[in-house]
Write a protein that binds this ligand. Structure first.
Ligand SMILES: O=C(O)C1=C[C@@H](OP(=O)(O)O)[C@@H](O)[C@H](O)C1
Ligand SMILES: C=C(OP(=O)(O)O)C(=O)O
Length: 431
């Protein structure tokens, strides 16, 4: 789907969708529990569908009622003594679609259930790293069969308690997957992170949701995690809070002279992408809180700054757009792993914003931006089939002089299926 978007100011209230990261975690903890849980404020984006379907494959019963899910957990099927490790046919087919979270969270979880699991997926997912798991499988004698290209991975065997050690700068999702799984094993485990941990906020989300479901972990400065075995997830009800990663698009739009109240934000959220607020403040935005919403205004204009992407990779494309229209120089550092997301987000952000008239250069691990007064637009730009690039370009369209056309715009369904409807409801002009 290609969308031509006229330059037009956004105004009014936008209620952000529920946090995708918290929704993955709540669905997983509920599905591993031993009872019935109600999860409120769920949006069935492609990624959340992938996780709900995965957990159903292991025996969880999941029913949707509007924006709530009722989940009957599959805790009773968890076993640490698999009968058929090494089987050649997979009992569970897990379609991760393009969701890195689903894949990295569910691979270790799958070893808790009888039978082999086959993980398939699309897009860039087959190219995103998994070697941290493969190394663990080699060490523990867990059978696994990866294929080149499109994701197609068969895993069979029991994860055993022990000492796990790996770097903290590839993806925090490996740690989250192990944290979900290890407490259900018979013995105690330790995870040691050998380099400074990036995406720390996502680990805090994992520990927070797990503790809501009665499972606890000892966290020593995010470099060492002590995990007691023999625990179980207790059924509970849970409301998913609003998503700061999605709020970032609208908060940056506000900084760029749109006129929005961005609603359903928890002011003490553990989401790492809440950093968008302090980054925009450093660029000259003042925020006013209205109930659970924020309005941001850059009354005296925006100026460039130094931005460290290590803890908040997902907000970088739209923050980079904002920097393109901020006076002076912005350098975005520690952003190497944006290259291993749904696309190479450093390359995509730089190439598409350059087409619109920005002065932006790719660095090996970041972006270098010199602010310009305006973006001319008038071009066709590509989303790279990446939801966060498509939504960043939608915000760019509001500040371009000429209309732009965004190609492969439907990819927003990965995290925000109603994005284009919400965009039009606040004044976005799509032809
Ligand atoms: O755990 C999560 O929910 C996520 C972790 C982050 O990945 P990395 O830890 O690989 O940076 C983030 O980019 C992703 O969108 C969601
Ligand atoms: C990278 C993302 O998600 P995931 O890693 O789960 O595919 C994202 O939502 O931007």
């Amino acid at each position: 789907m290609d969308l031509t978007i006229q330059p037009h100011k956004l105004s009014g209230t936008v209620t952000v969708p529920p946090s995708k990261s918290l929704a993955h975690r709540a669905v997983i903890c509920a599905a591993l529990s031993d009872g019935i849980c109600k999860i409120d404020n769920i949006a069935l984006s492609d990624d959340i569908i992938a996780t709900t379907e995965a957990m159903k494959a292991f025996g969880a019963v999941i029913e949707q009622d509007g924006s709530s899910l009722t989940i009957k957990g599959a805790g009773q099927y968890v076993t640490d003594a698999k009968a058929d490790a090494g089987a050649t046919t997979a009992e569970h087919l897990i379609d991760c679609n393009e969701s890195g979270s689903t894949l990295r969270f569910v691979v270790p979880i799958s070893t808790l259930f009888q039978g082999a699991s086959r993980f398939i997926g699309r897009g860039n997912l087959g190219k995103r790293p998994l070697t941290i798991f493969y190394d663990i499988f080699e060490e523990q004698g867990i059978s696994y069969k990866p294929t080149e290209g499109e994701l197609d991975l068969v895993v069979d065997g029991n994860l055993k308690p022990g000492h796990f050690s790996f770097p903290g700068n590839v993806s925090s999702q490996f740690i989250t997957g192990l944290l979900f799984t290890l407490p259900l094993l018979g013995g105690d485990s330790v995870i040691t992170i050998t380099t400074p941990l990036e995406s720390i906020g996502y680990i805090d989300l994992t520990l927070d949701v797990m503790s809501a479901f009665g499972v606890t972990i000892e966290n020593e400065g995010h470099q060492l995690f002590r995990i007691k075995g023999g625990q179980s997830y207790k059924a509970t009800d849970y409301r998913v809070e609003g998503d700061y990663s999605q709020a970032a698009f609208f908060l940056c739009a506000d900084a760029l002279r749109n006129d929005l109240l961005v609603d359903d934000l928890s002011m003490d959220s553990l989401q790492g992408d809440r950093a968008v607020v302090s980054i925009l403040e450093a660029m000259g935005v003042a925020f006013e809180q209205h109930g659970n919403g924020l309005i941001g205004k850059a009354t005296n204009g925006l100026h460039g700054t130094l931005i460290d992407a290590a803890q908040c990779p997902d907000i970088i494309p739209v923050v980079a757009l904002t920097a393109c229209l901020s006076e002076g120089k912005t350098e975005i550092i520690n952003a190497g792993r944006l290259r291993i997301k749904e696309c190479d987000r450093l390359q995509a952000t730089a190439s598409e914003l350059k087409k619109l008239g920005a002065n932006i250069e790719e660095l090996p691990e970041g972006l270098l931006i010199h602010g310009v007064k305006s973006l001319k637009g008038g071009e066709t730009v590509w989303s790279y089939k990446d939801h966060r690039i498509a939504m960043m370009l939608a915000i760019a369209a509001t500040v371009c002089e000429q209309p732009i056309t965004v190609t492969d715009a439907e990819c927003v369904s990965k995290s925000y299926p109603n994005f284009w409807e919400d965009y039009q409801a606040i004044g976005g002009k799509i032809q």
